[in-house]
Design a protein around this ligand. Structure first.
Ligand code: ARG
Length: 460
């Protein structure tokens, strides 16, 4: 018999190197609040079914609360021999309450306990992140409000394509973040099923009441298969996948704004507060926050990969491999929460530079597609209309003209009889913007409606 909680069948103590290799206290200690919460609910359930007296239950709940306060105050001894946060807290409770503390682990195992704790932690982390996403969405909507009426060149393949209103541009990110939020909500819903009481893998012969525990902990239901839930980590993978998409959305946006803040683009002014300088080049102002948001997506993708490979090929039920899930899970949440927070700071502080954008807005033939659509609306088949305008663009390039509007009336009329002088009214980016009509397009009325919709939805 050794001093471990599982020491009964052991004659010799654990090798120190094994303790060092197998510990998880160095990273799972941050589950302590959720471990206490889960244990308190478990104790209440044990009292509810008559396995603890009311005074015993109260002593346990109080003792656990004191241990939590002690950990929060930073005056709790963590030792390698106690392996993980669950054994630390239970051992501390037993030090306080003697044999009563030794009753707490009735009808549960660390396997269902770990799973419950990690779910509770993830649920809180999802709620925090969802609030952060709303904050970032509001920052984008506010930016849309600050840049009303401003026209931007829209790109495909990083080549100028068609004009878009600046609010339309900002709302594109609001939409992405909304899907991110709904993915998190979806994951939360599937996650919110109680593992506790699944015990090690097969359930227990002790007459526990899992519905009671579920209600205590705010779970929507109780997992129906102990073998499944005692080792299920789908929820962690799903959550980190949702985080990966957030990271990818932010990385694309960051890349765009890094480009936009270059001398070459000059579209964007970043506030000093979010930039850094160079130790050698005095003139420099670098967009480090955006670069790190872009770069940290690598870590999140790495966390997702780690989890996927970790879980791949694991037979039922609990395997010690699962202990490793917390490292990528925590890191992914920490990383994405920080990126979302900083992104909101950047969005709130940055402003587009209308004069710089306007300087070259008439380059790139942003109005070509609208002019083609004018021909289509006047009965020209789309393929023909496309060719006609394509030829006009080619003609401009040969003549060294920047804009379709620079062509002579005769050139237009020669390209198509439908391109009379009245079609000039469709040229230029302002006219192109006014011509848009479809739902979800960058038409001014559509965009104004969408801005209003988001303001209402996000309570702005
Ligand atoms: N520290 C372990 C973890 O986090 C506890 C699991 C205990 N279960 C076991 N059968 N050893 O996964």
């Amino acid at each position: 018999m050794t001093s471990k909680p599982w020491g009964g069948r052991f004659d010799a103590g654990t090798d120190r190197r094994v303790e060092e290799f197998t510990e998880s206290i160095s990273f799972d200690r941050r589950l302590f609040r959720h471990d206490v919460l889960g244990s308190q609910a478990h104790a209440r359930m044990l009292a509810h079914v008559g396995l603890l007296t009311q005074p015993e239950c109260e002593a346990i709940v109080r003792g656990l609360g004191e241990i939590q306060a002690q950990i929060e105050a930073g005056d709790f001894p963590f030792v390698l021999e106690r392996e993980d946060v669950h054994m630390h807290i239970e051992a501390a409770l037993t030090e306080k309450l003697g044999d009563l503390g030794r009753k707490l682990h009735t009808g549960r195992s660390r396997n269902d306990q770990v799973s419950t704790d990690v779910k509770l932690w993830t649920r809180d982390a999802i709620d925090r992140l969802a609030a952060g996403l709303v904050h970032l969405q509001r920052a984008f909507v506010a930016s849309a409000g600050r840049h009303e009426g401003l026209i931007l060149p829209g790109y495909t393949h990083m080549q100028r394509a068609q004009p878009v209103l600046a609010p339309h541009y900002f709302l594109a990110y609001v939409e992405k973040l909304e899907r991110d939020r709904s993915r998190l909500a979806d994951c939360r819903r599937r996650l919110n099923v109680l593992p506790l009481g699944a015990a090690a893998l097969a359930g227990t012969s002790i007459p526990i009441d899992r519905e009671f525990t579920a209600r205590e902990l705010g779970f929507d239901g109780v997992a129906a298969n102990s073998l499944d839930v005692s080792s299920d980590r789908d929820f962690a993978i799903e959550a980190v996948f949702a985080l990966t998409l957030i990271a990818e959305h932010l990385a694309g946006w960051a890349e765009e704004w890094i480009l936009w803040s270059t001398q070459e683009f000059g579209f964007l002014k970043l506030p000093d507060a979010i930039c850094t300088g160079s130790s050698i080049m005095p003139q420099k102002k670098n967009p480090d926050v955006l670069e790190l948001i872009r770069g940290r997506s690598a870590r999140v993708i790495g966390s997702l990969t780690t989890l996927l490979v970790l879980i791949k090929g694991l037979p039922l039920a609990y395997n010690r491999d699962l202990q490793e899930d917390k490292i990528p899970l925590f890191d992914a949440f920490d990383t994405v929460e920080a990126c979302v927070e900083l992104a909101a700071v950047v969005v709130s502080g940055a402003s587009l530079r209308p004069e710089r954008i306007a300087e070259r807005l008439d380059e790139g033939f942003l109005d070509a597609t609208t002019l083609m659509e004018h021909l289509i609306l006047n009965g020209v088949p789309q393929r023909t209309a496309h060719e006609v305008i394509g030829r006009l663009v080619g003609l401009c390039e040969r003549k060294g003209l920047k804009r379709l509007a620079d062509l002579a009336d005769a050139d237009l009329a020669e390209a198509s009889p439908k391109l009379g002088p009245e079609s000039r009214g469709l040229l230029g980016v302002e006219a192109a913007i006014r011509a848009f009509k479809s739902y979800g397009s960058t038409a001014p009325a559509e965009v104004a409606g969408q801005v209003e919709r988001w303001k209402t939805k996000l309570e702005l």
